[in-house]
Design a protein around this ligand. Structure first.
Ligand code: UDP
Length: 314
């Protein structure tokens, strides 16, 4: 049994991770400022004596002792959420990881798994994206608070490893969906399912030919666990995502097919947002080789489970 800190623990991925780690019998400290995380997500855990919630903003230093591992997830992650207050987003990534790495040192240089993102590849000029690809990010665009914040965080992690030998683990997460997503967070999977359930128009941005590769949350959680506890002390960065690539038009049609009673129409609602990547697909050969990990849930199976969740939310 370990004492594990999960920052951003009330968000979509954080909630699923807290549940998984609690089920393994660990003591959990969940830290969140509830900017995009939701207290309702973690309400069921609060009666568990192994669970402790701390309302704290990771941009401020924090003093905790007796921790064995840290998963750093704290950062708004949907484009509308991270663009609403871009300075706070940048601080969450950059000041946040600095505060967490200092906390790790004070606790005896404990492992820090940092959740980076496929956004470090920007609008990629090669596909699928390997970890060695250095990306095509606009450093001054509306997505850069997130992309460059995450890139700066990665560089600080590797400097802590070089300077202090902090055992870091850097995971680049590709688009992920599933239960505990915020129905209002504005991401494509949540938008389309909620729109279809409410018989509202399904809103395609641009012509819908842009692609994403969608990973079900349970696959990601296994990947995070394998990376944190990998016996080879592999630092990363490592891609964790599902390599099955779909256009946004295909996704809209799959959601419609899986909610057959919906009267929603699929419409082209607006131009493609600035710097919206045209394609995204992970090369996961490294994760297969080093972690013996690959995703097991196909898109339709995962979307059906996610529809069931959203039915309880709206
Ligand atoms: N998108 C869309 N309709 C929506 C929300 C998003 O067509 O209602 C598009 C968006 O422009 C992008 C893709 O879906 O091309 C994925 O968007 P999301 O916000 O989920 O995440 P991203 O991968 O862009 O960070």
């Amino acid at each position: 049994m370990k004492t594990i800190l999960v920052t951003g623990g009330a968000g979509f991925i954080g909630t699923n991770l807290c549940r998984y780690l609690l089920n393994q019998g660990n003591h959990l400290i969940c830290l969140d400022n509830l900017y995009s995380g939701r207290e309702i997500n973690i309400s069921n855990f609060k009666s568990n004596p192994n669970f402790k919630f701390i309302h704290h903003d990771i941009t401020q230093p924090i003093d905790l002792t007796g921790i064995d591992q840290i998963y750093n997830l704290a950062c708004p992650a949907s484009p509308p959420a991270y663009q609403k207050n871009p300075i706070q987003t940048w601080k969450s990534s950059v000041f946040g990881i600095y505060n967490i790495l200092e906390l790790a040192r004070k606790n005896g240089n404990i492992p820090v798994l940092h959740t980076s993102t496929s956004e470090v590849y920007g609008d990629p000029t090669e596909s699928p994206q390997k970890e060695s690809y250095r990306g095509n990010v606009n450093p001054i665009g509306i997505r850069s608070c997130y992309d460059e914040g995450k890139r700066a965080a990665e560089s600080l992690l590797f400097d802590y490893f070089r300077q202090y030998q902090t055992p870091i683990r850097v995971v680049r997460i590709f688009n992920t969906y599933g239960p505990y997503m915020d129905p209002l967070d504005g991401r494509v999977v949540s938008n389309f399912i909620v729109q279809a359930l409410k018989n509202e128009d399904i809103t395609i941005y641009g012509d819908g030919s842009q692609t994403r590769s969608f990973q079900y949350i349970d696959d990601l959680i296994f990947g995070l666990d394998k990376m944190m506890n990998n016996s080879q002390d592999f630092l990363g960065p490592i891609n964790i995502g599902n390599p099955n690539e779909f256009t946004i038009n295909q996704l809209a049609n799959i959601v419609k097919k899986l909610i057959p009673q919906s009267s929603s129409k699929i419409i082209q609602a607006q131009e493609l947002p600035q710097d919206d990547p045209k394609q995204r697909c992970p090369d996961i050969s490294l994760a297969k080789k080093i972690l013996n990990w690959e995703p097991l849930t196909n898109l339709e199976t995962g979307i059906i489970k996610t529809i069931e969740y959203f039915k309880t939310q709206i």
